[in-house]
Design a protein around this ligand. Structure first.
Ligand code: SF4
Ligand code: SF4
Ligand code: SF4
Length: 278
C-alpha cells in the first residue's frame, strides 16, 4: 500500500513564500476535476505560513511554520460532510468533492486546523489537495517542488526507504495539535520552535570584564537536566522548555561556581551573569 505523507522542517523554513506562490500558481484559474475547483486569487492560503516570534530585544528568535491541510486519517471534515462530499482515498489523501460539497458550510466549519476556506462565489469549501492530480502523474506537490530550502519533504510513508518514512521512524517528528486526535499525515521537525520557551543569557568574567567563554552551564528542574557551554561571546541557550521553575549552574576553573533560580512564564534572557574569580 502507498500512504502519502509530508514532513515540514521548521528549522529550514525561511518564510520565502515560494510554496505559497507555487500553490497559487497551480490552482488559480485551474480546475482539477474531480479533485478541486480553481482556487480564487485572493483570500485562500492552502499553504499558510504562520510566524512565531519568541523573546524580547536584545534576544529574539523567529520561526515560520507552513500549514497545509493535515490530511487527517480521523478527519472531522469527513464526519461533517453529507453525501460523502469529503472522502479519504486509499493512499490517505482527503478530498473535498467540488460538486457534492457545494453549499455545505459545515465542512468549512469542521476543520480544527482552519485549513478549509469558503469560496463565496462558488458556495464551496476548498483546501489543499496534496496536489493529488500531480501525484497521479508521478510528480511531487508543487509546494515541495518549489521550496528552495528542502523544508517540505513529500513521499510514501509506507516505503521504508523514503525520506519521509525514515524521518517518521527516527522519532524526530511531531504532530501539530495532537490534542485534536486526528492522526494527520503531515508532521513537523523542530515544532518546539513554535510552542515552547527558552532561557538564554551571557556570562562575564567580573575581574576582566571579558565574555566568559567555555563556562559549563547546566539547567535542572521541571523534569529537565540539560548541559551546554558558553560560546566565545559568553552566551548560552536552553530551548524547548515548558513554563516552570528551573535552576542554572555555572562552573569554570578558577572562578567561584554560581547558581540562579529562574521562573519562566515566557522566554527569558539574562544579560551579564558576573562570575567572580576565586
Ligand atoms: S486538516 Fe482539516 S481539512 Fe484537512 S483533513 Fe484535517 S480536518 Fe480535514
Ligand atoms: S500540496 Fe499542493 S495543494 Fe497542498 S499546499 Fe502544496 S501545492 Fe498547495
Ligand atoms: S518555500 Fe520552503 S522555505 Fe519558503 S516558505 Fe515555503 S516551506 Fe518555507
Amino acid at each position: 500500500m502507498t500512504k502519502y505523507g509530508m514532513i515540514i522542517d521548521i528549522s529550514r523554513c525561511t518564510a520565502c513564500y515560494c510554496c505559497f506562490a507555487a500553490c497559487k500558481d497551480e490552482y488559480w484559474e485551474n480546475d482539477y476535476l474531480p479533485y478541486t475547483a480553481a482556487q480564487p486569487r485572493y483570500g485562500q492560503f492552502w499553504m499558510n505560513i504562520e510566524k512565531k516570534e519568541r523573546g524580547k530585544y536584545p534576544y529574539v528568535k523567529a520561526a515560520y511554520m507552513p500549514v497545509p491541510c493535515m490530511q487527517c486519517q480521523s478527519a472531522p471534515c469527513i464526519d461533517a460532510a453529507e453525501d460523502n462530499a469529503v472522502y479519504r482515498r486509499d493512499d490517505g489523501i482527503i478530498v473535498i468533492d467540488p460538486e457534492k460539497a457545494v453549499g455545505q458550510k459545515k465542512i468549512f466549519e469542521a476543520c480544527p486546523y482552519g485549513a478549509i476556506y469558503w469560496n463565496e462565489d462558488k458556495n464551496l469549501p476548498q483546501k489543499c489537495t496534496f496536489c493529488v492530480h500531480r501525484i497521479e502523474e508521478g510528480k511531487t506537490p508543487r509546494c515541495a517542488q518549489a521550496c528552495p530550502s528542502h523544508a517540505i519533504k513529500f513521499g510514501d510513508l509506507d516505503d521504508p526507504d523514503s525520506e519521509v518514512s525514515r524521518l517518521l521512524n527516527s522519532d524526530t517528528t511531531d504532530i501539530l495539535h495532537p490534542e485534536y486526535e486526528t492522526s494527520p499525515l503531515v508532521r513537523y521537525v523542530d515544532l518546539y520552535q513554535m510552542n515552547t520557551l527558552f532561557i538564554a543569557g551571557a556570562a562575564v568574567f567580573a575581574d576582566t570584564d571579558e565574555c566568559a567563554e567555555g563556562v559549563d552551564v547546566s539547567l535542572t528542574g521541571n523534569g529537565v537536566n540539560m548541559k551546554t557551554f558558553t560560546n566565545n561571546y559568553g552566551s548560552f541557550e536552553f530551548d524547548g522548555l515548558a513554563a516552570g521553575v528551573y535552576r542554572l549552574d555555572f562552573t569554570i576553573d578558577n572562578y567561584a561556581p554560581k547558581s540562579l533560580d529562574v521562573q519562566i512564564e515566557e522566554e527569558v534572557y539574562i544579560p551579564a551573569i558576573m562570575l567572580e574569580r576565586r
